[in-house]
Design a protein around this ligand. Structure first.
Ligand code: NAD
Length: 370
């Protein structure tokens, strides 16, 4: 029996609890069939936490997050909290988790299942079998740099300022994550910046090269300007394996890459912090989508982004690649069998609810593990 693994589950608002319910089903299955026991604690985040504690995440919940091996996060937000104060709005809970856990590396895989290639805005042959990973720096760069603000100028105009700023350590640590992940994939990293117009881009390229030459010389490294990368992602996305880039470019490029795959309900993500002495990293796993208030409570949510985020947790926090592969294979087979939630529905396919999709994944796991 493997040692217990402490997981904090934060379902949040809207469809968050619905999609998290299907991960519960998988955790129970792992417990029964694979003898892997997770020590799961569930708590509040987002609007529901605001209603109970007056804050989007309580100090107590934050402590639980800092002391867990992994956090599984659903989604937060909803129109009923649109007018609450900036500091207590639901999204503030997620921002605090990212900041206090120092989650500097955001991993966004863009995988296009063959069964869904038709749903992409690109030709199926361009995206069928697509499997790329974007590693975005998440805690630095222009979103956090100082000085920032809006000031009044003497001539009556106003001026908005943000500062793109990166240090050696910030660049090296996220590049190390990207190189390390590449060694478990196709062994290729493309580092992306704008060194033609930005000094921070020159530094980024130099530091990525330093990490490559000094620590990961066996991994193939290429460099690309961010505007070209945006173009290449829609021209020929399969040329990439791992892309590593800063906060701003990563924000945009990961959204472009994710839409190649067709649906928001299919996209998982992971955010990793620094490794401690034993190599363990703080980590948070969440679907890319939000709380989808328009379909909440109707059983229509697609749980596959959340389920694949759970698979990422198995792989990156618990070194359980075999089990992660098993879950991902089950998802693939369920899609191949024609089951679809409404967001990915296609002609001649079978419409299922959130729960039915979760049940189908578990039944497929039973078959695969038999
Ligand atoms: P959203 O991702 O919640 O929804 C966008 C559209 O995609 C909606 O039509 C929704 O029904 C659909 N959709 C999303 N996930 C789906 C799923 N799993 N299955 C089926 N359909 C799905 O984005 P939004 O509408 O812009 O935001 C709604 C709320 O969520 C807002 O309060 C926003 O602030 C919040 N939000 C939270 C997060 C997060 O928690 N990380 C991320 C984005 C938005």
């Amino acid at each position: 029996m493997a040692a217990n693994k402490r997981v904090l589950m934060l379902p949040g608002d809207g469809i968050g609890p619905e999609v998290m319910g299907e991960v519960r089903r998988l955790i129970d299955w792992m417990d029964r069939r694979r003898s892997v026991t997770f020590d799961v604690t569930e708590d509040l985040v987002g609007g529901v936490a605001y209603e109970t504690h007056g804050a989007a995440i309580s100090d107590n919940t934050m402590d639980l997050a800092l002391n867990s091996d992994a956090v599984l996060f659903g989604a937060v937000g909803g129109p009923q909290w649109d007018n609450v104060g900036f500091d207590v709005r639901p999204e503030a809970g997620l921002l605090r988790l990212r900041k206090d856990m120092d989650l500097f590396a955001n991993l966004r895989p863009a995988i296009c299942f063959d069964a869904l290639a038709q749903a992409s805005s690109l030709k199926p042959e361009l995206v069928g079998g697509l499997d790329i990973l974007i590693v975005r720096e998440l805690t630095g760069g222009v979103y956090f740099g100082e000085p920032r603000g809006i000031e009044d100028l003497p001539d009556g105009q106003r001026r908005g300022v943000n500062t793109q700023v990166y240090t050696t350590d910030e660049i090296r640590r996220v590049c190390r994550v990207a190189f390390d992940l590449a060694t478990k994939r196709d062994n290729r990293v493309c580092s992306v910046e704008k060194m033609n117009v930005m000094e921070s881009g020159i530094l980024w390229r130099e530091e990525a090269t330093w990490v490559h030459e000094n620590e990961f010389v066996d991994v193939e490294l290429s460099h690309m300007l961010a505007d070209n990368c945006g173009m290449q992602l829609v021209r020929s996305p399969k040329q990439f394996d791992v892309i590593v880039t800063d906060n701003l470019f990563g924000d945009m490029l990961s959204d472009v890459a994710s839409m190649l795959t067709g649906s928001l309900g299919m996209l998982p993500s992971a955010s990793l912090g620094p490794a401690d002495g034993s190599g363990r990293r703080r980590a948070l796993y969440e679907p890319v989508h939000g709380s989808a208030p328009d379909i909440a409570g109707q059983g229509k949510a697609n749980p596959l982004a959340m389920i694949q985020s759970y698979a990422m947790m198995l792989r990156y926090s618990f070194d359980m690649s075999e089990d992660a592969d098993l879950v991902e294979r089950a998802v693939r087979n369920v899609l191949d069998s024609g089951l679809r939630t409404s967001d990915i529905m296609q002609t001649d396919m079978t419409a299922v609810s959130c729960e039915q999709m979760g049940e189908a994944v578990v039944m497929e796991l039973d078959k695969l593990a038999a």
